[in-house]
Design a protein around this ligand. Structure first.
Ligand code: SAM
Length: 270
């Protein structure tokens, strides 16, 4: 599903940069789960995490009780009145069952403008078309551990030599987009805390960020690879068809271990 900062467009590029060997996969800033759902299931132990408790609850309900969630969504109305009422219920933490909260939150994601959770989208939406997706996600999440922790605790908890942490934090200078229901916000201090946690691990990490001087400076350290990538800017494309958005991948291992994406020099001896 759409999610602010979702990595739909980058998911293949991310998976290609995974190292060859790891047996624990931890998605630290899970969001809409674009990378986890794109990653082929292997025999590795997988963890999805997000600090947004409503999101973690939604994924737990999808994993454990998909039929009850679908039942709760069957006859919801796509209306401004319902949208505002449910938003208020979530904002004020009105007591509700886990399934009810998951259904409310899913409804808000699906019926909000650009899935931004804030305002009613005023667009037709076929809720029933999502039910096969919920069942598919349920099967994919079957053996996935769903966590709801701050990144520093999570990284500390799951760090081993054979761990791979994929981190997709709120981008630097866009943190305001995340001050939303269920979320606590992200500040400059958090970017520094994340760097300190990652530079201290025994396992491997792959990080995606916007390309800016603050981020490059933060990870300017021995043994750290920084690779710039660009993609078409979805938002500005309407006005400027060639507008590019610059991002970086940062890792503490060789991102081309799989030999999948860097152009190779042809020689007579390969
Ligand atoms: C850029 S989004 C991740 C998008 C995701 N990769 C996807 O493809 O949908 C960043 C996520 O970090 C989460 N987040 C914010 N602060 C956090 C924290 N302190 N610890 C863990 N997750 C946090 C937000 O709730 C948000 O879902």
């Amino acid at each position: 599903m759409s999610w602010v900062g979702g990595k739909k467009a980058l998911r293949e590029a991310v998976v290609k940069r995974f190292p060859l060997n790891y047996s624990r996969y931890i998605e630290v800033f899970g969001g809409g789960g674009w990378v986890l759902f794109h990653k082929p299931p292997r025999r590795d132990f997988e963890v999805y995490n997000d600090f947004n408790g409503l999101l973690a609850n939604l994924y737990r309900c999808v994993r454990d009780k998909p039929d009850l969630l679908i039942n709760a969504l069957e006859y919801v109305l796509n209306s401004r009145e319902d949208f505002d009422r449910i938003r208020r219920a979530l904002d004020t933490r009105r007591p509700a069952t886990d399934i009810q909260r998951a259904a409310w939150f899913y409804q808000i994601i699906r019926h909000s403008y650009a899935s931004g959770l804030k305002s009613f989208g005023s667009q037709p939406h076929d809720m029933w078309a999502n039910f096969p997706l919920i069942q598919q996600a349920h099967r994919r999440l079957k053996d996935v551990v769903v966590e709801n922790q701050d990144f520093a605790r999570l990284i500390h908890h799951y760090d081993r030599e054979d761990s791979l942490f994929y981190c997709d934090p709120p981008y630097h200078s866009t943190e305001g987009y995340y001050q939303n229901i269920g979320e606590g916000g992200f500040t400059e201090k958090d970017h520094i805390r994340l760097r300190d946690a990652l530079l201290d691990i025994d396992g491997k990490f792959l990080l995606s960020y916007n390309d800016d001087a603050f981020v490059r400076d933060l990870y300017n350290a021995p043994g750290i690879q920084i690779e710039a990538v660009t993609r078409l800017n979805n938002i500005k494309q309407r006005y400027d068809p060639n507008c590019q958005f610059s991002e970086v991948f940062i890792a503490n291992y060789d991102m081309d271990e799989r030999g999948l994406y860097l152009p190779r020099q042809i020689n007579l001896f390969d």
